[in-house]
Design a protein. Structure first.
Length: 317
């Protein structure tokens, strides 16, 4: 039994105070921030929105490439979607823009990966962040290089997931400071590794209104431990303290909408349902069962965006 697993012996609020600090410690947080909190690189107009390309210096000397897609219109403030990319070519896929023929095929076959344009379609601004070791921030400037950087992070008492969470917090700070965003309507979403980042980010950053990960939430024993996964999924010692469902306890009672694939080979549906049953118990402890949902798509490992957005809207966001 994990040492800090939520069992209802104390109130959820009391448990969250100590559990959140332990999770930060396990992720290697906090990190020192850099001095440049926002540097606009360019502004481009597209059909229905404007794309602001900017960087934030999340650590001294490390600049995170970001895009803020802002819908055309005259709203005083726009709801925001934070789009966390999973393993792949880079954030340009989340922007719906191909750099290679392989990218073109990927977007044609897996259009749901273009999370930024989908957010615009939903009438929302979109923050797209280049995750560490992905795309422009990978060793080769395209694709992924998680193994090398995750090993280095662990040697330094850090984790790659922690670094990605830190970068996202810095990027969100910049967006809220420089753009007309409704701070009461922020959705964090992503598939696979992107869903994992969205999950941990939402657990630590209470500015997130709704967490909506796809194909990434499962018991540790049923997925991360049971089969080969990218090194960036591994947080030293986390299973000593938490089960995957306990991370949801740091999100509750805020809405948590989880999507899963019935035939997903790396986040199998049976342990995913087991994990969700534990999540429901946590939400039950604060009379908020209606704020968590598991949506099962008839497919494999992919972003079930339609299921997620239908439920997010049903929740009033």
């Amino acid at each position: 039994m994990p040492h800090l697993r939520f069992n209802g012996d104390i109130s959820l609020a009391e448990w969250q105070a100590s559990a959140r600090e332990k999770l930060k410690e396990l992720l290697g947080l906090p990190l020192q921030r850099g001095e440049s909190d926002f540097e606009l690189e360019r502004r481009d107009s597209f059909d229905g929105y404007t794309d602001y390309r900017f960087t934030v210096e999340s650590e001294p000397g490390y600049f995170v490439p970001c895009h803020l897609l802002l819908p055309d219109g005259d709203k005083e403030k726009y709801p925001l979607t934070i789009c966390f990319s999973g393993h792949g070519a880079g954030m340009h896929i989340a922007l719906g823009r191909a750099k290679t023929e392989k990218d073109e095929k990927s977007l044609a076959d897996w259009h749901h990966r273009a999370m930024g344009p989908r957010s615009i379609k939903e009438g929302r601004a979109a923050l797209v962040i280049e995750a560490r070791s992905f795309g422009e921030c990978s060793v080769k400037g395209y694709g992924t290089s998680c193994t090398e950087t995750a090993k280095t992070a662990i040697l330094m008492g850090r984790t790659l997931i922690g670094e990605r969470v830190h970068d996202a917090a810095c990027a969100l700070d910049a967006v809220l400071k420089n753009f007309p965003i409704d701070e009461g309507n922020i959705v964090a979403t992503g598939n696979s590794g992107g869903g994992t980042a969205a999950y941990y980010f939402s657990a630590l950053d209470e500015r997130v209104s709704v967490c909506a990960p796809s194909c990434s939430i499962c018991t540790f024993e049923g997925s991360i431990i049971a089969m080969e996964h990218c090194m960036c999924n591994h947080i030293p010692s986390i299973r000593r303290y938490f089960e995957m469902s306990d991370i949801a306890g740091l999100i509750a009672p805020r809405p948590l909408v989880i999507a899963a694939g019935r035939t997903d080979p790396i986040f199998p549906i049976a342990p995913t349902e087991e994990c969700f049953a534990s999540i429901q118990s946590i939400y039950d402890s604060v009379d908020s069962r209606e704020k968590c949902a598991l949506l099962i798509g008839d497919g494999g490992h992919l972003n079930y965006a339609d299921l997620l957005w239908d439920k997010i809207h049903a929740l009033g966001y």
